[in-house]
Design a protein around this ligand. Structure first.
Ligand SMILES: [Fe+2]
Length: 425
């Protein structure tokens, strides 16, 4: 083989590699066209075409043409027996000129079907594109400009180039298929997530319907939890997860008698212990479900635990309580303090700050309280576009001028250890 042919074959190799990165159809067609030009140029051939015919296509699909007229789109039927014969061509190419060489008997049918058209287009050589032992396309070539016949060396060079072209096309198609499947999977996954989220919200609504005095409580706890986790630097997926945990934290109340939940008075010890079953019941309800987020059942189970070990159901202490449960716990308490209950009206913001000051380190985690204060302060200072607190608390509850200094003061006192420690679930 001549040295310049080596060089050209090398450049075809590069084109085949390029095929691996080309996902865009326009770039792909351009690559095939360039390959055809190179092939024709190498041997001084006037015209040609590259056709695709993977086994699922009965009729060829034209990818590139040159010198055959702009609008000419060769379409050939390639039957199973044709594929078999093309795969086993000993010369590597099929010549269409029956005067110089009798057509291979197995391809006589193919040539009798398309011979006339091939002659009309002055196609002299058909080279099958074979990838992994299968015919995946055809390269049609006209005669040389020099009018010399193709030599066995020419056929060898052409076959090598066609192999590279074949690999390029095959790789592109494979990647496109993989990409399409990945997109389908992504769509299915997003659909499933949407169904999951809708189901969760339906459950949250069911919980709140049962608890007539705390309408929207679950939804608000979900939103407060989300705000705190995001402020703590959690990733988007974990933030979504904690919102779900917030929506579902009281799902165990579905297993508690309605009259206890809705008692219009402060419940007695017996009723209280019945009500306190709800975190454990929630865990039992949520555990068998496969959640797309981590630790949802545990966050529900431990949302009434306290750092000092005086919480329930297990009396865990500080480091034993998952950070997610600590966040839901604060979100839950904040909403309880800032909404009217049957036996008490909501507290003023001063009183809430007072409660947070007194209970941080005993009931609430300092990092969680600090993140909550920072997020609220940002909204009061107008640093965030959304007015999420305002929407949940109503417009007459907060007073930026009076409340921002309270939050700053509390934040200074808390002086949370390191913000870096706040990240992650
Ligand atoms: Fe609860």
């Amino acid at each position: 083989m001549e040295p310049n042919t080596h060089k050209l074959i090398h450049s075809f190799g590069a084109l085949a590699d390029l095929g691996q990165e080309i996902a865009d159809t326009g770039d792909f067609i351009e690559m095939v066209r360039t390959s055809l030009h190179l092939l024709l140029g190498t041997l001084g051939i006037r015209r040609g075409a590259i056709l695709e015919c993977p086994s699922h296509l009965e009729v060829t699909n034209c990818l590139a043409v040159w010198g055959l007229g702009e609008d000419y789109q060769p379409r050939f039927m390639v039957e199973g027996s044709d594929r078999e014969a093309l795969r086993n061509l000993t010369s590597g190419a099929l010549t269409t000129d029956s005067r110089t060489e009798p057509p291979q008997a197995e391809l006589a049918s193919f040539l009798s079907r398309h011979g006339e058209e091939l002659r009309r287009q002055q196609i002299e050589l058909i080279v099958p594109v074979i990838v992994r032992g299968n015919v995946t396309g055809l390269v049609l070539l006209g005669g040389k400009a020099s009018a010399e016949p193709f030599t066995p060396e020419d056929i060898e060079v052409i076959s090598a180039m066609v192999r590279h072209i074949g690999v390029g096309i095959y790789t592109h198609r494979l990647l496109a298929e993989v990409k399409q499947r990945a997109e389908e999977n992504e769509r299915l996954y997003q659909d499933l997530r949407a169904i999951y989220r809708d189901t969760v919200r339906a459950f949250a609504a069911a919980i709140d319907v049962k608890d007539t005095y705390t309408q929207g409580h679950s939804e608000r706890v979900g939103k407060y939890s989300e705000i705190i986790a995001r402020e703590m630097g959690w990733g988007e997926n974990e933030v979504e997860g904690i919102a779900i945990a917030g929506y579902l934290h009281d799902i165990g109340k579905l297993a508690v008698e309605r009259k206890i939940i809705n008692a219009p008075y402060k419940i007695d010890a017996k009723e209280s212990s019945e009500l306190n079953r709800h975190p454990g019941a929630g865990f039992d309800i949520l555990s068998p479900i496969h959640h797309p987020y981590a630790d949802i059942p545990l966050m529900a189970k431990y949302h009434h635990e306290r750092l000092d070990g005086r919480g329930y159901p297990d009396g865990l202490t500080d480091t034993q309580i998952p950070m997610g449960a600590k966040i839901v716990s604060l979100a839950d308490s904040f909403d309880a303090m800032t909404t009217d209950r049957p036996y008490k009206t909501r507290r003023s913001f001063d009183e809430v700050i007072h409660d947070l000051r007194r209970n941080t380190g005993k009931q609430f985690d300092v990092l969680v309280v600090a993140a909550f204060c920072r997020a609220l302060l940002k909204e009061l200072n107008g640093e965030t576009k959304e007015r999420r607190f305002l929407k949940m608390l109503g417009k007459n509850y907060l007073d930026a001028e009076k409340d921002a200094p309270l939050l700053r003061e509390l934040l200074n006192e808390l002086d949370p250890p390191t913000q870096a420690a706040a990240g992650g679930a």
